[in-house]
Design a protein around this ligand. Structure first.
Ligand code: HEM
Length: 509
């Protein structure tokens, strides 16, 4: 007897429902329970796993509680409020290794220097950046931060090449600081504009206005990604079928950013062949690489790659550098003796009026120490995350595949055992003999720019931008904290001052 069409559809539907259920239980119950068992057997402790949510609900509750607690005075002891869940769990389960589960995703927190070194060296290319989630993917596409393999190697080479030529345009950008003579200034907004301008011009030519539009849209996308980080909606099929307002908004923003960048790319392509065309900026190099050859790494960039790459550089360069500058200026406004020492150094090297020159930057030792200490206390990226694609042995530990390996940079930067009892104090003198000396040759004690082959490609660029900006500010202004400043560092993708950094500027006579 031939089965009827209705019966076939019924069998098919039953099969579909059954396999969805099996898949769901495999992901939400079997995998986390198994991982938890393997970890526990090896002595790794952590909070218990709750079906579907893992530890997400308690993390969200602890974060909410931490965010409503106000500092009564400016304190740099910020880890308990930025990552209250890990802070609590370290006390309950131990500091050395800890396993937690965010939703069904197991996360292993690692603080042991030897294991961090193993992950950083990544000899067997086992550790990749994990999938950043749908919103972040919309922000970054498949640019340098997220890409891998041959494509990553080719992009990385290109990026290094361009950074060396940037400092001259930073000087130009900073001219507007000379005219700044108001009372209270919100530094984070100022530095965002400055960093945006620097990146737009140095990376994409002088098309700053289009750059500004992209920055604003990416900032909005970042806020959406931040508020959805612990949103369990994204777990299952439901999140893919029913779109929330944030999904719709981020789709629209993604499309608009795509259109602005593609317009910039098309305009540049039209002028590229001209005799007087200047293609030395980042976009020019990307387009040359796309048009000319399958480059030396054996990968040819596509138009989509160019768009993703442009987005990556907007995102990576803008927020981070402006945060470094904002926290540094806050600290210098509080610790006026360091402000004076830094100013003296600038006067010695550049004089009172002359613009900083590239050769002088390396001589700014005090400012270099201040930048290191700022990045130690307030690193914009509070953790480094990797994922092991297959089972690995780390030290004595067997780690099953697909575990998030979480290196808690902020916690390590504030650790008493590494930095001493004054770990929470601003003491740039720690770095007077260099980073290795300050960390007693423990590279995992200080990682503001990440580690290993995937560390930050913009670290020199960011440090030089910060040096030039601080030097020029110090040449022209004295600064003190505004009575309106409220100390509220929060983690929204990066470590940000929630209400900005208000500072009083006083022009030097
Ligand atoms: C103070 C400023 C900055 C800080 C603290 C910072 C920090 C970081 C960190 C922690 C990483 C991840 C490293 C890892 O996973 O091991 C990273 C990667 C990256 N950063 Fe930065 N960054 C800064 C400025 C910049 C600037 C100015 C640019 C470019 C304009 C930039 C471009 C990138 C890129 C493209 C990556 C990915 C590199 C790769 O995967 O190969 N960063 N950065």
């Amino acid at each position: 007897m031939v089965p009827s069409v209705g019966a076939l559809i019924l069998v098919f539907l039953s099969f579909l429902i059954l396999s969805t259920l099996v898949n769901f239980f495999h992901k939400m119950w079997w995998v986390p329970t198994r991982v938890k068992r393997i970890m526990t057997r090896q002595g790794i402790k952590g909070p218990p796993y709750h079906f579907i949510h893992g530890n997400t609900k308690e993390i969200a509750a602890m974060k909410e509680q931490a965010n409503i607690t106000r500092f009564t005075e400016i304190s740099h002891d910020i880890y308990p409020r930025i990552q209250p869940h890990f802070f609590t769990w370290f006390q309950l389960y131990g500091w050395e290794k800890l396993s937690g589960l965010v939703w069904s995703q197991a996360e292993l927190v690692i603080t042991e220097p030897d294991i961090i070194r193993e992950i950083a060296n990544n000899h067997r290319a086992t550790f990749a950046r994990p999938d950043l989630g749908s919103y972040n993917k919309k922000i970054l596409g498949d640019g340098l931060v997220t890409s891998s393999g041959k494509k990553w190697a080719s992009q990385r080479k290109l990026a290094n090449h361009v950074f060396n030529a940037m400092v001259a345009s930073v000087e130009l950008m900073l001219n507007r600081w000379k005219k700044m003579d108001s009372n209270e200034v919100e530094m984070n907004a100022e530095f965002r504009m400055l960093a945006a301008e620097v990146i737009s011009r140095t990376a994409f030519g002088s098309n700053y206005l289009q750059g500004k539009e992209v920055f604003e849209m990416l900032k909005e996308m970042g806020t959406i990604a931040g508020r959805n980080y612990y949103n369990p909606r994204h777990l299952g099929l439901l999140g893919k079928i029913v779109k929330s307002n944030d999904d719709l908004k981020s789709d629209e923003l993604q499309k608009r950013i795509h259109n602005v960048i593609i317009k910039t790319v098309k305009e540049r392509e039209k002028t590229m062949g001209h005799e007087d065309a200047d293609n030395t900026d980042f976009l020019g190099q990307l387009l040359l690489s796309k048009n000319n050859i399958i480059n030396s790494q054996g990968y040819q960039l596509s138009t989509q790659d160019i768009i993703d790459e442009c987005k990556t550089f907007y995102v990576s360069g803008d927020g981070t550098t402006s945060l470094l500058l904002s926290w540094a200026v806050l600290l210098l406004s509080i610790y006026t003796e360091w402000q004076e020492r830094a100013r003296e150094e600038v006067f010695q090297i550049f004089g009172k009026e002359t613009q900083p020159h590239f050769e002088g930057l390396a001589k700014l030792k005090i400012i270099g120490m201040i930048i290191h200490e700022t990045l130690r206390l307030y690193p914009p990226g509070i953790a480094i995350i990797r994922k092991n694609e297959r089972e690995v042995k780390l030290g004595n530990l067997i780690v099953p595949a697909n575990i998030i390996l979480h290196v808690p940079v902020l916690a390590l930067h504030h650790d008493y055992d590494i930095w001493g009892g004054d770990a929470h104090l601003f003491k740039p003198e720690r770095f007077s003999q260099g980073v290795s000396n300050a960390t007693k040759n423990n590279p995992s004690a200080y990682m503001p720019f990440g580690f290993g082959p995937r560390n930050c490609v913009g670290s020199n660029f960011a440090t030089n931008t910060a040096k030039v900006t601080l030097a020029m500010m110090l040449q022209h202004y004295r600064f003190s904290p505004s009575p309106n400043y409220v100390h509220l560092p929060v983690h929204i993708t990066m470590l940000v001052p929630k209400n900005g950094v208000q500072v009083m500027l006083h022009a030097l006579k």
